[in-house]
Structures are given as C-alpha cells and as structure tokens.
Write a protein that binds this ligand. Structure first.
Ligand code: AMP
Ligand code: MG
Length: 408
C-alpha cells in the first residue's frame, strides 16, 4: 500500500498543464488561472495622494505651532480627487480631499479635524505635523514594471481588483479543463425517480458535479452507466474525445460487478494504487486512448462509497485538476488544532476523520466514521489527517484540513 503523500506525489508528477489559453475580460476572470505573468505598466498610486480630507502643507511652515501659538496659513488652492494640482506656494495651505493629488512642494497632509478655519479664511494649525503624514506615496502599492500576479495564479476577487488597479481590462488565462464524468452502478436512480427495492439515489453525482463546478471545470456528465464491460468501454471511448480527464465513480474495486478497471485496461492503461488511507479504497489512475493519433485522456476512478469519493476527490482529484489548469501551489493549508475527544485505537491506514470546530476552539469528532455515512461530511467542518497506527488522546494537537481549504 502506498502512503497518501507518495500517491499524491505520483499523481501530481503525471499532471501536465493543458495547452491553450484565452483572453477574457477581467470582470469575467474569477477563479480562472493566469497563463502569463501580469506586469504593471504604472506605479500605483500613479501620484502622491492624500489619504485624508484636510490641508496639504509644507511641514516646515508649521514649525513651532502649539495650542498657545497656532500658525495660520492662507488657502491657496482647492484640490478635489480627480483634479490636477498646482505647485504649492510657500507659506500657504491647499484644501485637499481623500484620493486627491498632493501638490508639488507639499510634503504633509494635516487632517481637517486638526485645523481650524478662521474668519479671515485662513486656516490655523495648533500642532507641527511629522513630514509625510497622511500621504500615500506614488508607487506605495505597486511599482511600475513589477510582476504583480505570476502565471499560475488562480484569480481571487482581490487579485481581479489588483489587476484592474494597474489598468488590465483583460487577462490571459488557461483554457478551462474539460472533464467527462460518469457513474457506475445498476442500483443508482436519480432523485425524482421511484426507488424500487435494492435501489439507492445517485448522491455522488450531485456532490462531484458541484465540486467540479467549484473548480471551474467544463464538465460533460455522461450519467449512469450500467455494470457491464461493453457499455463501460463504449462510454470510456466517448469520454476520451475532447476531454482532459475522465472521472468515474464506483465499480473500481475488484469484484465481478466492477468493470471499470478491465474496461480502462482494454481502452488504455491503468495503475491501481492501494492507498493506505481511510476512507478510500483503491484509487485507479491511468489514461484512455483517443483513437490512433490523438493522444489520450487522463483517467481517475473514484470509489463509489459517498464519503470515500468525496474525500478522494478533495485530496487527489482537486490538486490534480488544479495542476492541469496550471496552478503550482495546490496543497491545502493544514491547521494545528486541539482534539477535544479521544480515539483509543489508531487504524493501520492514514485516516481522514470528519470533525467539527467547537466553540472552545477545539475539534469534535463525528460519531459514525463509516464511509457510507454522508451525514458526517455535512456535519463536519473538515478532515483530521491522522497518521497510520495513531491513537488520539484528548487535548492532543492534530492536523486539521478545513473543507474551506479543500474547496477553494
Ligand atoms: P462500488 O464502488 O461501486 O463498489 O460502490 C460502493 C458503495 O457505494 C455501494 O454501496 C454503492 O451502492 C455505493 N455507490 C456507488 N455509486 C454511488 C453513487 N453514485 N451515489 C451513491 N452511492 C453510490
Ligand atoms: Mg458498484
């Protein structure tokens, strides 16, 4: 059996970024992956700006100002945001507003709360400001010609804002990864259909489709495929065309009714890995040929048990898909947290336990950790990554991977 880390390493080593990029409007680029570095053509802010409503002055003109002996200056100009500023005449102040250009010659902004407008129109200051106060200097955020977002960045809302702040109306992004998915199992029915004896609903279709949607994949759902070798092979051949990855669910063990492995072997190649993890049975990885000359599609076969397919997707398929999309950093951030429970016997496999953050800031464990009990994944906030053969004692610090990290 392979350790989870080793299996993940092998999977990621095999992932090649898809070819093809497109130019999209920055407004439509959320969650897309940059195909090229974004370099700033300008300083941000492009000029020194005021970060307060107040008065732009030369600090030296206010030397010695105190409560008892304030210094009054005439107001020589008014500078709202978005308007040009004239050089500041010595011995005067400029009325200025947040975001407005600091006039050449001024080195300080005094906030309006610290200034008193006198009857004669002059403005009095009762303190000597520190030079540079309340000014955001040109380039304080971004320097011209610097790389603000490297290729491989997955675009968050704030990254879109950053790109827009240097004037990028459009961005070069990697094309969407194309995934074909199907579900095996004669027992599967869709919600809305009657459930005759022996049948269950295809819950994994909903979970996995939503997980793929969150990753921004272009998905072709080929539905439920009966437990037969010929139909499974036929569906694989269809799925290989124009898709980067074929994802299957169920039928990947080694029982007589499990046809996915022999079907992939017939249509391509497969490596089955016994991964020492729980939940999660063997993970099947391989490729399916696309006819004679047109390369092949990656293949990943997930186990059918709902918690197993959910966890193996989060831990293996998600980072694999992100790598296909060109993302370099695919590891979730792991938190060190206190277990507020004990678990006497460790499993010989690496367990991923569904746990929830309690009000005391520790972790509670869901009582039923069976891989068929989907309730645990809704109750929980994430997975405790518990090493093989490790009993957990109350109060111990454990590795916790929040679902939020695994679904970004
Ligand atoms: P399998 O991996 O095909 O041996 O299936 C393992 C278990 O998961 C069986 O109890 C199946 O009925 C169940 N199962 C398989 N596929 C799904 C699915 N799409 N939705 C819900 N349960 C499933
Ligand atoms: Mg099955």
């Amino acid at each position: 059996m392979l350790a989870t880390a080793e299996a993940l390493g092998r999977l990621l080593d095999a992932a090649r970024r898809v070819d093809g990029r497109e130019r999209v409007d920055t407004l439509d680029a959320l969650d897309r992956v940059l195909a090229a570095d974004v370099t700033s053509p300008l300083d941000v802010p492009p000029m020194h700006t005021s970060s307060m409503d107040g008065y732009a002055v030369r600090a030296a003109d206010l030397a010695g100002a105190t409560d008892d002996a304030s210094v009054a200056l005439p107001v020589s100009q008014r500078i709202p945001a978005g308007h040009a500023a004239e050089p500041l005449a010595a011995g005067t102040a400029a009325r200025i507003f947040t975001g407005a250009t600091v006039p050449p010659g001024a080195d300080t902004v005094v906030m309006q709360e610290m200034a008193q407008v006198a009857d004669d129109g002059r403005v009095a200051f009762a303190q000597t400001p520190a030079a540079g106060e309340w000014i955001t200097r040109q380039g304080a955020d971004i320097r011209r010609d610097s790389v603000i977002l490297p290729a491989g960045t997955r675009l968050t809302p704030q990254a879109l804002g950053l790109a827009a702040s240097v004037g990028c109306a459009q961005l070069d992004v990697v094309r969407k990864v194309r995934v074909a998915i199907f579900f095996t199992g004669d027992e599967l029915r869709m919600p809305g259909e009657p459930l005759e004896p022996g049948a269950i609903y295809n819950s994994n279709r909903f979970t996995l489709r939503a997980l793929l949607a969150k990753l921004g994949c272009e998905v072709t759902d080929l539905g439920i495929v009966p437990d037969r070798l010929d139909t499974t092979r036929e569906t694989l051949r269809r799925a290989a065309i124009e898709h980067d990855l074929i994802l299957t669910c169920g039928g990947v063990s080694v029982g007589e009714e499990d046809h996915v492995k022999p079907a992939v072997e017939a249509e391509g190649r497969i490596s089955m890995w016994q991964i020492a993890m729980k939940p999660g049975k063997p993970l099947a990885f391989g490729a399916v040929r696309r006819g004679a000359s047109d390369g092949e599609a990656y293949f990943i076969g997930l186990p059918g048990n709902p918690v197993s397919s959910f966890c193996t997707f989060l831990l293996f398929v998600r980072p694999f898909l992100l790598r296909l999309a060109g993302v370099e950093h695919v590891a979730p951030r792991v938190h060190s947290m206190r277990a507020d429970f004990s678990q006497k016997k460790g499993d010989r496999r690496n367990e991923f336990l569904r746990a929830r953050v309690n009000e005391a800031g520790g972790l509670d464990l869901f009582e039923n950790q069976s891989s068929a009990v989907l309730t645990s994944t809704v109750w929980g906030d994430g997975l405790i990554d518990n090493p093989p053969n490790h009993a957990i004692s109350d109060g111990e610090i454990v590795r916790f991977i929040p679902f939020s990290e695994l679904m970004r």
